[in-house]
Design a protein around this ligand. Structure first.
Ligand SMILES: [Zn+2]
Ligand SMILES: [Zn+2]
Length: 331
């Protein structure tokens, strides 16, 4: 099968003909139809995340059809079913985190397209227990970005509790999806973009944001919560200063530049800073239940498998207008 392979961090992916994987116990063999590109893929390829499996097939927002089922796979899928494969690929089920409904923090978790092979390929294998059925209302390309930007964005959003006034720093793919759910649930939305990015601010207002401005500005009122999707550490103290008492800053990314120091007074009065790591299967079940009701709309730009490096380069330089999705079998 054809696959785009990372041999070494910091290098371009190589188009290879590699053996089709065989489904082991409990695994599905999936014929990939679409795989959305996530910022995390960039962090993996660029070497900003430690110890990837090498050589590696990246990609963790995978949509495909079940082609074959390994021995003892759970019966929730049958051959021909559409299936979604997310970032969380496997957990041990027995560590203290797994035993306390926090499998996202599992000591031995394996991650799709990072520590196990992912979906920049014609086929992949995945543990059936971590795969999702996907809502019928979406086609394969449209649903692909929901598998990470949607899911981990949703986990970040849930961490804000019942926050009425919600700030979002960085209006990229995850932010755009989560903003739709926040508005659907009646939150007042305040969107922070790169200073001077008027087009993005207008897009946020058009979507329904109460206010949109630069990340160097203060919102017109204090916020109950802020989610930071941009990988810029300086936004953490900025967001903290925008919070009302008891507010929370949620860092939704897997990688961030260093956070500058700030006075304790900015954290005082029970303000909280937290990160969000990975996802649980429950996050996925909840998200795929609410997304089609909103309905959350995705924006996509398609590329062929061979164009994966182009998609990554455009992501890195900010040239993408929407979520890049690799479509298998496309020219
Ligand atoms: Zn565990
Ligand atoms: Zn991701």
């Amino acid at each position: 099968m054809r696959a785009m392979v990372l041999d070494k961090s910091g290098q371009s992916l190589q188009l290879r003909d590699v053996p089709r994987p065989k489904p082991g116990r409990g695994q599905l063999l999936v014929r990939v139809s679409a795989c959305a590109v996530c910022r995390t893929d960039l962090h993996v390829v660029d070497g900003e995340l430690p110890n990837p499996k090498l050589p590696l097939i990246p990609g963790h927002q995978i949509v495909g059809r079940v082609e074959d089922i390994g021995e003892e796979a759970e019966s929730k899928f049958k051959i021909g079913d559409r299936v979604g494969i997310p970032w969380l690929g496997w957990t041990d089920g027995e560590c203290v985190y797994c035993q306390s409904n926090r499998e996202n923090l599992c000591d031995h978790a394996l991650f799709t397209g990072y520590t196990i092979d992912g979906g920049y390929a014609e086929f992949t294998v995945a543990d059936a227990r971590f795969c999702f059925h996907l809502p019928d209302r979406y086609n394969d390309v449209a649903v692909a970005p929901l598998l990470c930007a949607g899911l981990i964005g949703y986990r970040s959003y849930r961490k804000t509790g019942g926050a009425r006034r919600l700030g979002i720093y960085g209006f990229g793919n995850a932010a755009h999806l989560i903003a739709q759910i926040a508005l659907y649930e009646g939150r007042d939305l305040f969107v922070f973009t790169r200073p001077g990015d008027i087009a993005m601010q207008q897009a946020a207002k058009k979507l329904g944001a109460a206010w949109a401005g630069g990340s160097d500005e203060m919102p017109p009122e204090k916020l109950d919560a802020a989610i930071i999707f941009a990988s810029v550490g300086a936004l953490v103290p900025a967001a903290l200063r925008a919070l009302a008492k008891g507010g929370i800053v949620v860092c939704g990314g897997i990688h961030m530049s260093d956070i500058p120091s700030f006075p304790y007074a900015d954290l005082w009065e029970e303000r909280v800073i937290t990160s969000v790591a990975n996802l649980t299967r429950r996050d996925g079940d909840e998200f795929f239940e609410i997304a089609p009701r909103v309905p959350v709309q995705t924006r996509t730009e398609t590329f062929s498998l061979e164009q994966a490096n182009t998609a990554l380069d455009r992501f890195r330089t900010g040239e993408l207008k929407a979520t890049a999705v690799l479509v298998m079998g496309a020219e």
